[in-house]
Design a protein around this ligand. Structure first.
Ligand code: HEC
Length: 160
C-alpha cells in the first residue's frame, strides 16, 4: 500500500514536471529574451520610429509599430512593417515557418530570422504579442519606378 502511494506520487510529480516543461514552450523561449532580442537584434532600429535617433529612448509601449519612412533603392520602396499588428495574427508555428522560408525585400535582414534558433524566434513572438496591438499598418510596398510620396531614405544604384 505504502509503495503504491509512493509510486503514484512519483508519477504525479513526473506528470507535473512535464507539464511545466511544456508550458515553457517546446523551444524554451521567454518574454524577457524576446525583449532583449528586439533591443539588440536591430528590430527596434527599423521598426520603431525614432529609436535610433533617440539612442533607444523610446518607451516600450511605442516599440515596433512600423515606420512611415520608406527605404528606396533598386528593389522599389519598402516600409518597416507594423510588427505589433503582424504578430497578433500570426501563430507561433506560422511564425517559425515564415521566419525560415519567407524572403523579404531589403533592407529587412530576413536571413537573420532564418538563421535564428527556434528558441529566439519563439521568444520574439511571445514578447511582441505581449506588447499587444498598436499603431497603424505601414504604407504599402511600392515597386521600382514609383515615387514615394512621403519621406524616404535613398540607396544609390549599385555600380554596374
Ligand atoms: C534595416 C532595417 C530593418 C531591420 C534591422 C529589421 N527589419 Fe524587419 N522589415 C524591414 C522592412 C523594410 C520590412 C518590409 C519588407 C518588405 O516589404 O518586403 C520588414 C519586414 C519585416 C517582417 C514582415 C512582416 C509582414 O508584414 O509580413 C517581419 C516579420 C520583420 N520585418 C521582423 C523583424 C524582426 C523580428 C527584426 C529584428 C530581428 C527586424 N525585422 C529587423 C526593415 C528592417
Amino acid at each position: 500500500m505504502r509503495t503504491r502511494m509512493r509510486t503514484n506520487r512519483a508519477a504525479a510529480l513526473a506528470a507535473l514536471l512535464s507539464m511545466l516543461c511544456l508550458d515553457a514552450g517546446a523551444a524554451g523561449g521567454s518574454i524577457e529574451r524576446g525583449r532583449y532580442l528586439a533591443k539588440i537584434g536591430g528590430c527596434n532600429d527599423c521598426h520603431t520610429p525614432g529609436y535610433g535617433l533617440s539612442g533607444g529612448q523610446v518607451p516600450e509601449a511605442q516599440w515596433l509599430v512600423g515606420d512611415q519612412i520608406g527605404w528606396n533603392g533598386p528593389w522599389g520602396t519598402t516600409y518597416p512593417s507594423n510588427l505589433r499588428l503582424y504578430f497578433q495574427k500570426v501563430s507561433e508555428s506560422e511564425w517559425l515557418k515564415a521566419a525560415r522560408e519567407k524572403q523579404l525585400r531589403p533592407p529587412m535582414p530576413w536571413f537573420a530570422l532564418r538563421d535564428m534558433s527556434d528558441e529566439d524566434l519563439v521568444s520574439l513572438h511571445r514578447f511582441i504579442r505581449t506588447l499587444g496591438p498598436a499603431g497603424e499598418p505601414a504604407p504599402a510596398y511600392l515597386p521600382p519606378g514609383v515615387e514615394p510620396q512621403g519621406p524616404a531614405i535613398r540607396f544609390p544604384q549599385p555600380p554596374s
